[in-house]
Design a protein around this ligand. Structure first.
Ligand SMILES: [Zn+2]
Length: 882
């Protein structure tokens, strides 16, 4: 159905059924938690100072998977009343009821203190209070108890008002066995012997600032911390499993940079007393912004710069910066309810790129962010997209919001706004917003208001059109006029649901290729191109170069040029900025997938691409080749390979295999991309031979492969399916030097184009592979052109086991690779049928989006299978090198 009218939208109303009554509110929690790592249980007590707003006989709060007993309340006059406790598992609530005497409610309005004790299980589902294990240097399995509470799993660790706007102070005490370290949000105040157990001590932490329950953290285990680094008075440490301290300095450097960067940008000091960055061996997400005690999966924190690819270092920098940005945006100022999570995450995504761009300008982080925006638009052009902000009721719905539309589209929209308002005005508006709402909660409109006050621009009207409806526009430029219409991969309105909006308030920056630029705010009515930027033919049609629409490349929309303009631009690619060039390719490829533009126009661009610096644009060519390889008739596959060699070979030859002195920092990433594509789809014999030689030389502790190209070398090796290579890579996975190597070798096990080896890897992911990694391995396996169909059969057979075993947040992600199962229409139909008949409890929207992408790939195959060989043979060099 058509979405909201952008001119008359109000923030969506939350579903009140999921909200706790506000009769009683928490002020301070005093929590004592005693985890028993051996028995995987914990016991705890909670003493919660509350304020009772109106006299009542009951207190309702959240709890699930807890056994609660011994509940009492102490009223302001010192009376202690026992409570009966009733648990409602479906509602995830506990109700404490107090006996009524003399017909009066036992809890009068005013302050009171609630006490209870409880027990629970340290689960292995990577949420709530859970167990993580690792094997230490002596080969012994060691256990950690740790927490992951966002979105609504604090209630699995202690009874609480588990809603983001029930902020309170937390005073945490952890009772831990001697020899174990303990960490929480704030610094340790004291450590004393546990009166109840001779081999335990009580570690008491300072009171936190007023904050939401989802930000509370406890970590207990045989862990080590680095010496603190002083960052303008804030002690920063990395906490890790023993023996990994040498992998911590890089994260400490990024953290120091980020803390200073954000303190300056926000003009507010870091809001906590210390910052621990904690590497957890089993972790469902990338990282979690618990105030002062940020938890990470190891690959996102621990890294050895000497053996890491640049992209792996960038990933650590991104995640560390992202989480530290949350200390202000999210932790200090927090959304009222879960539909506001987009702002939390979109803003942290935006700030992460801003901070990392300042950390390593040569990485051109805003250029590579174009790839992330493209990943978002690839979903946002689907009928099954959603508005960035939409009403959220149940916990499952809240969990379903952590997707590419929240993070990458949201971050892209904020970047567009920042560039439109000007970076200084935007920053000043953000400062105003944070100052006004510190320690409190907000709705999205509060940020727009602060930005309006700072800029005088109609921020809310513009942003509502981007936030409260799905989709994005296709901006057309022809005959001196710019217009907009919704972009969609498949016709909208014909059948089924459609979440794509009708029009947007589009900030458009245009420029002529010779430098003049101008800005427009494009609504539903077409606008003339400013005379200053028009080409010689009044808008570009004909022989002259057209005006560049989306100049600078930060607009969240696609641009449609006519065929003649496209040809003219193909001849002026060097006059485009890297992000403009990337967008031109991405938008043109999207128009091919949407059946709105011809394949020949895209191939003409690909032939003209001569970039030797920026990998982004090449990834579009690479993705197109990958799809050709899947859908082409078997007899024509050599033509795809020849076209790949013709399109990529010259650049790869120029760049060679070795880094050259003084080359740009992104060149190794481009080298890797070209070699990987040539070694796989391109079936390039020289690349495969050289890769095999490098791999063989690296065996048995031999010469290490340059980490920037190791991924490409492994791809080119597995493509050959040589005897013994699978076992060799499996052995490397089992004894890695760093978390990045472990992941690199693991994912390589899913890329052998061989059915038996694919199924062997499937068995691994149901066995020894950590459940934090297995879902992502599965998605790579499903995307294996040769093994994917057999793996799909196993997915169906072991569906219940997969769902039970893997963390809930990864269920839709493990299926993402199925969108490439487009070579056989019957198989695609089977995938669609099965996943429609077996909907996920959380994340089904992402599954529906994946199925729509599968259908788009199948439709592409239908249209092009018969002619693809001819089209590709026309690529210069492809016909003769086949
Ligand atoms: Zn985040």
């Amino acid at each position: 159905m058509p979405s909201v009218d952008a001119s008359s939208t109000a923030p969506p109303a939350p579903d009140e059924a999921w909200r706790l009554p506000r009769t009683v509110e928490p002020i301070t929690y005093r929590l004592v938690l005693a985890p028993d790592l051996g028995s995987a249980t914990f016991a705890g007590t909670a003493e919660i100072d509350v304020v009772v707003h109106e006299a009542t006989d009951r207190v309702v709060l959240n709890a699930i998977e807890l056994a609660i007993d011994g509940a009492t309340v102490t009223t302001a006059d010192g009376k202690v009343e026992p409570a009966a406790v009733a648990l409602d598992d479906d509602a995830e609530r506990a109700t404490f009821t107090f006996p009524t005497t003399d017909g009066a409610a036992p809890l009068p309005a005013g302050p009171a203190t609630l006490r209870c004790s409880f027990t629970g299980i340290l689960n292995d589902k990577l949420r709530g209070f859970y167990r993580s294990t690792f094997i230490d240097q002596d080969g012994i399995t060691r256990t950690i108890a740790t927490t992951q509470f966002e979105s609504t799993d604090a209630r699995r660790a202690f009874p609480c008002w588990d809603e983001p706007d029930r902020k309170a102070v937390f005073e945490v005490t952890l009772a831990v066995d001697d020899g174990l370290a303990a960490f929480s949000n704030s610094p340790i105040v004291d450590e004393t012997p546990d009166p109840g157990a001779p081999d335990r001590r009580r570690v008491r932490f300072a009171p936190t600032m007023k904050m939401s329950t989802y930000l509370v953290a406890f970590v207990v285990g045989p862990l080590e911390a680095t010496d603190p680094v002083d960052v303008d008075g804030v002690p920063v440490r990395v906490v890790h499993a023993p023996g990994k301290g040498h992998l911590a300095p890089y994260a400490l450097e990024v953290a120091g940079h980020s803390l200073r960067f954000f303190s300056t940008y926000f003009d507010i000091p870091y809001p906590a007393d210390k910052l621990d960055l904690v590497a957890i061996p089993d972790f469902a997400f990338g990282a979690m912004e618990n105030l002062g005690c940020v938890t990470f999966r190891e690959t996102a924190l621990l890294v050895d710069p000497a053996s890491a690819a640049r992209t792996e270092l960038e990933r650590v920098a991104d995640v560390v910066a992202h989480e530290i940005a949350h200390m202000w945006f999210g932790d200090l100022v927090t959304m009222k309810w879960w539909e506001g999570i987009w702002l939390n995450e979109a803003f942290a995504t935006f700030m992460e790129v801003l901070a990392v761009d300042a950390f390593r300008p040569a990485w051109q982080r805003w250029v590579s962010f174009g790839l992330e925006r493209e990943a978002a638009l690839a979903v946002d052009g689907l009928r099954a997209t959603r508005p960035i902000e939409y009403p959220v009721g149940s916990p499952e719905e809240a969990d379903g919001m952590f997707d590419v539309l929240t993070y990458q589209k949201g971050g892209s929209v904020l970047r567009m706004l920042e560039q439109y308002l000007g970076p200084d005005t935007f920053r000043d508006g953000v400062r105003r917003y944070l100052r006004a709402h510190a320690y409190a909660n907000t709705v999205t409109g509060d940020l727009w208001q602060a930005l309006e006050e700072e800029s005088g621009e109609p921020v809310r009207a513009v942003m509502d059109s981007w936030i409260l409806q799905g989709g994005h526009p296709l901006v057309g430029s022809a005959g001196g006029t710019v217009t907009q219409r919704p972009f969609a991969y498949a016709p909208v309105g014909a059948d089924g649901e459609n979440a794509i909006g009708e029009h947007w308030e589009v900030p458009v920056l245009v420029r002529s290729l010779d430098g003049a630029s101008d800005r427009l705010l494009l609504g539903p009515t077409p606008l003339p191109l400013p005379a200053s930027v028009r080409g010689p033919n009044g808008g570009g049609s004909g022989g002259g170069a057209p005006a560049v629409v989306n100049a600078g490349g930060w607009g969240v929309y696609r641009v449609g040029y006519g065929p003649e303009d496209l040809t003219a631009l193909a001849g002026r690619l060097d006059d485009l900025g890297p992000l403009e060039r990337f967008n031109l390719f991405a938008d043109t490829w999207a128009s091919v997938l949407a059946d709105q533009g011809g394949l020949d126009g895209f191939l003409a661009l690909a032939v003209a691409l001569d970039d030797r610096e920026d990998p982004s644009t090449w990834t579009v060519v690479n993705a197109a080749l990958g799809l050709f390889d899947r859908v082409v008739a078997a007899a024509d596959r050599p033509v795809v390979a020849a076209a790949a060699r013709a399109l990529l070979g010259a650049a790869a030859t120029d760049l060679g295999w070795e880094p050259r002195p003084g080359e740009g920092e992104r060149v190794p990433t481009l080298r890797s991309l070209l070699l990987s594509s040539l070694g796989t789809v391109g079936a390039d014999p020289d690349v495969r031979a050289r890769a095999a030689e490098l791999f063989d030389r690296s065996r048995d502790g031999g010469e290490a492969i340059d980490p920037d190209i190791e991924g490409a070398v492994l791809q080119a090796v597995t493509a050959q399916v040589r005897p013994g290579d699978y076992e060799a890579i499996l052995a490397r996975y089992r004894s890695p030097g760093t978390p990045q190597q472990e992941l690199r070798y693991l994912s390589t096990l899913a890329t052998f184009p061989d059915v038996d080896l694919s199924l062997a890897t499937f068995d691994l992911l149901l066995g020894e592979v950590r459940t934090q990694n297995a879902p992502y391995l599965l998605t790579t396996l499903l995307a294996n052109r040769v093994g994917g169909p057999a793996v799909w059969q196993r997915v169906k057979e072991q569906w219940a086991e997969l769902l039970d075993r893997f963390p809930v947040n990864s269920h839709s992600r493990m299926l993402d690779g199925a969108r490439t199962l487009c070579g056989d229409p019957d198989l695609a139909a089977d995938v669609t049928r099965f996943l429609t008949d077996h909907p996920l409890r959380s994340g089904q929207r992402s599954v529906v989006q994946m199925l729509e992408r599968l259908a788009i790939n199948v439709a592409f195959a239908d249209r092009h299978r018969d002619s693809l060989g001819r089209s590709l043979a026309a690529v210069p060099g492809a016909a003769t090198t086949g």
